[in-house]
Ligand binder design. Sequence first.
Ligand SMILES: [Zn+2]
Length: 288
Amino acid sequence: MKYSHISPFLKEIVSDRYAFFWEVPEGKFNLCRNTAARLQVYAPGAHLEKMDETSPFIVCKTTGKRYYAPLRKNPALHRTFCSVMDDSGILKFASTYGLLGFTRSHDIRSRDRRLRTKLLIESAQRWQYELSEMKRLMYLWDILKNRRYSLLAALMVREEDGIYIILNKRRDLIAAVDSDLERRWDQLGERPEEAALLYLTNCINAKIRGGIYPRVLPTYKKRVYLFPDNLLTAMWLMFLWEVIGEVRPYLCPGCNNWFDPRRSTRKTCSDRCRKRVSRRKGKLKRSS
Ligand SMILES: [Zn+2]
């Protein structure tokens, strides 16, 4: 991944009608139970909730930051996010791709009162919540994508007041009585794939709602660009791109990271991984 220590040039953060860059704090990330009492909200656009003040916290004492452009450089990052399994995975993801955007901060002043370091804090509970939300929908999307329609049908329940989906112990209404979908089910038979896609896109749309803002970049082309307000929203947008087929994530056999091949003939994320895989194949051949 390409990082820069100065804000990237505008042309490097723009992809189609979207523009986005994100910062990765430099420093060691730790999990911590108690933190300094008074903390400011770090990003002005962040909507913090109660869970953002709940311990344990991911804490980074930072002396610098670097930048990258996730939408442009890592359009399959939502897949990498969904493969995070535990706290150490969270810390690794945060130190590589940055915090999600529910960050609070605290300035640490040195004795001579010159500002040196910043404490950045984000609740691990927030991470676990967002991970479970995205994984739940990713599970549904994988079933849909792999056309496992009988499994899909097993997740749906038709009840008196509408069609429900039960996913990860949560029961949600997909279509109420007398809705278009419900009427089509009566006329044409049950169509779980249509219901699943409706539910999936409605859920992701709701995640993105209010989180992407139109802005004009005064020193760059006269166009209106859409800016996700944090990394989490950007990853939900990538998820939506995958659902409409704009991004086709592929697991690189060289480094086990998700990437978007763009060209269907590409099987690895980089030249380095291509060489690594062919070296491994050579070894296997020699040893057999
Ligand atoms: Zn790779």
